[in-house]
Design a protein around this ligand. Sequence first.
Ligand code: NAP
Length: 246
Amino acid sequence: MNLKEKFAVVTGGSRGIGKAIALAFSRSGASVALCGTNEATLKETAAEIEKAGVGCLALKVDVSKGGEVEAFSKAVLEKFGKIDILVNNAGITRDNLLLRMGEDEWDEVLATNLKSAFLMTKFFVKPMMRARQGRIINITSVSGVKGNAGQANYAASKAGMIGLTKTTAREFASRNITCNAVAPGFIQTDMTQSLGEKVQQEVAAQIPLGYLGETSDIAQVVLFLASDGARYITGQVICVDGGMVI
Ligand code: NAP
């Protein structure tokens, strides 16, 4: 995939799936801006991206806060001058059974996973509209497609992202801006590592392909959606899950 002279933003690009996406973009020639809440991890990932010889901006941003997202968008546009690709990837889990779930657990997950994507889209779609081109890719989850016991907050945030994706696709299609969602199944990252070995084996047994996915499995699909080859795809949800939602 050739993304030379393209400028991309990846939220939560410092670790896990977001980092794999940011590195895949940089190896294809795109300059990348990333954000996260941990400065040390951001610095490490930025150094890896710069090794590809592209521009990089890594900033500490809490994506759930409108003021911080607006300041981030201004800093990115000041450095890059334009934005071609936005990947809304930052996300958290605060799992609990619905009856035990606190209002704080609900609010934190909805704000970090869903409100953030609305805010980022709002601020970055304007320069895309001016350029009459753009790609927005939202990282949702199979939990948002089929629900998941213990994840009412997370599944609702990810299902909300699917509605946001389809609406964004409709609102900006006339400006040549596409918006698609990628729904990972069970991918090996810090997020899933915390569930422990036993749960991971139980999940793998329910995956038709029989094994957990890797971050590169998601990054390759995102890379395609950002490329010229995907110009006629919009408003879609692509499950990358080894067959979990068949
Ligand atoms: P991860 O390893 O836990 O990484 C999460 C990333 O999001 C980190 O870079 C983190 O940066 C950032 N982040 C979290 N809260 C943030 C905030 N308030 N502001 C800015 N950045 C924030 O997770 P992952 O597994 O790579 O997941 C990435 C995305 O894929 C998430 O949206 C997740 O829901 C989705 N997903 C993952 C799986 C899976 O199996 N792993 C499955 C389906 C969907 P800091 O550490 O610096 O805060």
